[in-house]
Design a protein around this ligand. Sequence first.
Ligand code: FMN
Length: 324
Amino acid sequence: METGFTVEQLRAAAVDAVRAPSLHNTQPWRFRLRDGGIEVLVDPDRRLPATDPTGWGVRIACGAALFNLRLALAVAGTPATVRLRPHPAEPDVVARLVPDVPRRPAPAEQALHAAIPRRFSNRAPFWPDPVPADARWRLTEAARAEQCWLELVVGVSAVNAFGEIARSAHRVLERSPEYRAERQEWVRTAPARDGIPAASGGPQGEPQDLLPSRGFGGLDRAPGRDFEPEPLVAVLGSPGNTAVDQFVAGQALQRVLLTATDSGLAASLLSQPIEVPSARDQLRLSLGRFGTPQMVLRVGYGQPGWPTPRRDVDEVLDLPVVRS
Ligand SMILES: Cc1cc2nc3c(=O)[nH]c(=O)nc-3n(C[C@H](O)[C@H](O)[C@H](O)COP(=O)(O)O)c2cc1C
């Protein structure tokens, strides 16, 4: 068997990588082919200064893109060895992937890879059907396999207490005109290759909602079409909160999301309680877990929807310089 990555394999893997989720669909990543490997970089021009002043969201998104890249290369038969933050002098380089020993992909890798183009954020109300125990187990195992944890918020009083934290974080964020303006800038009412299409933004929030909607789409809600009364809320956490921990959490997030898609489940993300430091602390204390909450997911059975657009891979992929 041939060893090493081909340029075609790396390009195809980058096509999968850009399907990762990102705050407001900013797609804050770049990919660089170098010395037979591929590197993932943060794109500093795509940071959201008001929404993501620390760069946490960019690091989660780049970690998620990295997971897709790993998966695509493994499924192509040449898994990667990954080094996070490989060049200390270049902090924007998230990871470097070089070829490991070729092997046949595992069926589980193939299943998750097949889920990449089908995954999308489903912000609509879910059906009230509970998520069965085996699917819950698969989700928590997916986080664990990436050195993170996924805590399911179970029971009416725990979900209500979480709702309280999330709504209050939402109110804090909404007080900032810069935050609101930034969100508006990324809502798309005409076809575009980044940002959130208004039709994908979910219905208008209403006072009776347990969980806050971010307010992207503001689609009118049909009478009686309320959100599920007892959503499955899951909090993803990492052992620490360094930049590397956040890259690790992004990979775990994507593994959990693809596992949900592969299990026939819908999911949406809810990061207001992560973005407000006091809410994040409250959330951490309420869970009683070591480590740091990095993302909140709502999981359930949803109506079909459609994936959101992405920029063309050639816009984000730097090919090696060929010397003549
Ligand atoms: C760090 C991060 C935070 C996010 N926070 C939210 C959120 O609070 N509310 C929401 O509806 N979507 C949130 N999202 C989802 C993105 O808006 C979504 O991934 C992006 O618009 C691309 O759409 P897709 O997930 O359908 O591919 C978040 C995504 C990331 C990576």
